[in-house]
Design a protein around this ligand. Structure first.
Ligand code: SAM
Length: 177
């Protein structure tokens, strides 16, 4: 996957240059943070959260873009525990929820950081069978039911890209009820 793929996976859930306050939970070295920053544009703020301090340092050092982009603030934290985030316009979780086995309580916690109608953009491997590297992935159908149980509505599939690993990666949009 390259930057164009990352942008394409998120684009259906974000209006170009819409700004707003977002979070990227499990941002890692920032592949999707950069895509989101390009999409929401210079009036946006993104809280990039990861428990891996080194990955966030890499994110900060490699954060260059060809287009005006959002401000990024990094936070070393565990997204399975309460975070100091509120009234967000949107949250991205890309390839990070598959590290969580019991997803509903975590997704419900994440729901609490969004304003009513706020968006959760999920990017995941389209499989219900994990491996040591991707322990707990979920198909879109499984995700739709988890999202509903955790307080999200209107979950829809946005885009997918082929993957040599677990067949394909999809993106999905859900709205905080
Ligand atoms: C496979 S990487 C994905 C990074 C990036 N989102 C992407 O798609 O390129 C997963 C990231 O999630 C982070 N992560 C996993 N569980 C986490 C947790 N409970 N709290 C914070 N970060 C977590 C890992 O440290 C890692 O950086």
């Amino acid at each position: 996957m390259d930057h164009a793929d990352h942008v394409r996976l998120l684009a259906g859930g974000v209006r170009q240059n819409e700004g707003g306050t977002w979070a990227d939970l499990g941002a890692g070295s920032g592949a999707f943070t950069l895509a989101l920053a390009d999409l929401i544009g210079p009036h946006g703020v993104i809280h990039a959260v990861d428990r891996d301090r080194g990955a966030l340092a890499e994110l900060r050092s490699s954060f260059v873009s060809a287009v005006p982009q959002a401000e990024v603030r990094t936070h070393v934290a565990d997204f399975t525990r309460p975070l100091e985030l509120a009234d967000l316009d949107g949250i991205v979780m890309a390839n990070s929820l598959h590290f969580v086995d019991e997803k509903i309580p975590v997704v419900a916690l994440v729901r609490g950081y969004l304003r009513s109608g706020g968006r959760l953009l999920l990017v995941e491997y389209d499989s219900d069978h994990g491996n040591p590297y991707v322990p707990h992935p979920m198909t879109f159908e499984t995700w739709r039911s988890i999202a509903a149980e955790a307080g999200f509505v209107d979950t829809q599939r946005l885009a997918s890209v082929p993957s040599r690993f677990l067949r394909q990666i999809y993106s999905a949009l859900s709205l905080a009820s």
